[in-house]
Design a protein around this ligand. Structure first.
Ligand SMILES: [Zn+2]
Length: 263
């Protein structure tokens, strides 16, 4: 394809064994390497044989440090702002970063970051009330007794600090090795991406919702089968042309339902 590697950014490394330097590599803020593991956790090769190791992807150390620096900077230059202003500045940074890393092994990193944020905010709060006792300060800025633990939130305000660790981790599902977006199996790709050049957005969304199955017979749609959009409550008796009233059916299943609907 005419791509070339930049020598200064290129190095050869082992992803499992320690050779020269640390195993694995960093890429786009992710740290990628393999770890030896036992039978139950071992990855498998394409023929199902145990490999004895597993590939783990985590946020890279440099990326974590960058996030800490950014949070510190925001807190430092708001030494005299009110709590709500500080929360509004921090939340997008926390949510954005967490979403970027929500598809890899980030749970531990998220917890660690929340602890660091807490320490920094404690410093922020204590600095503002040098003469007050700690207990009073904590009670002013953290909702402790509301049953949700330590929540950084002003009294009488709906603004509360988001947490990295509140982000659900949803593992990325790998594209099957034998697949290509050009292989013509639009069913697989519509379900996966929710879109395919030859499938309308509406059908793709329905396919994804229905997990690729017909709502009438419960069987999977197969490639080249005729799929039709059906109004769950027929339009003739007031059913709307809205998404919630639509479903995908096999053509023959659709015929069956229409017969039933028209009595
Ligand atoms: Zn069917």
């Amino acid at each position: 394809m005419g791509l070339e590697l930049k020598p200064s950014k290129t190095r050869i490394t082992h992803t499992l064994n320690v050779t020269k330097g640390k195993p694995g590599f960093d890429f786009l803020g992710f740290s990628i390497r393999q770890y030896p593991v036992g039978k139950t956790k071992s990855g498998k090769d394409c023929q199902g044989r145990l490999q004895g190791f597993k590939t783990y992807i985590k946020p890279s150390k440099i990326a974590i440090q960058k996030q800490v620096n950014k949070l510190r900077e925001v807190i430092d230059c708001r030494k005299h702002s009110d709590q709500e202003t500080l929360i509004k500045a921090l939340n997008p940074i926390i949510v954005g970063w967490s979403n970027y890393y929500a598809h890899v092994m980030s749970a531990q990193t998220f917890k660690k970051l929340d602890n660091i944020v807490y320490m920094m905010l404690r410093g922020w709060a204590v600095y503002r009330h040098a003469k007050q006792n700690k207990h009073w300060i904590m009670g002013k800025y953290w909702r402790i007794d509301d049953g949700q633990g330590w929540v950084f939130q002003p009294h009488n305000s709906k603004w509360r600090l988001c947490r990295h660790a509140k982000t659900p981790i949803r593992r990325h599902v790998k594209v099957r090795g034998s697949r290509s977006p050009y292989d013509g199996d639009w069913l697989y790709w519509s379900k996966r991406l929710g879109r395919h050049p030859e499938v309308s957005a509406r059908v793709a969304k329905l396919l994804k919702n229905q997990q690729g199955k017909c709502q009438e017979c419960g069987l999977y749609f197969r490639d080249r089968e005729k799929i039709e959009v059906d109004h769950i409550i027929p339009k003739s008796i007031g059913g709307k042309d809205a998404f919630y009233n639509l479903q995908l059916l096999h053509r023959h299943c659709h015929d069956k339902k229409t017969t039933r609907d028209t009595g």
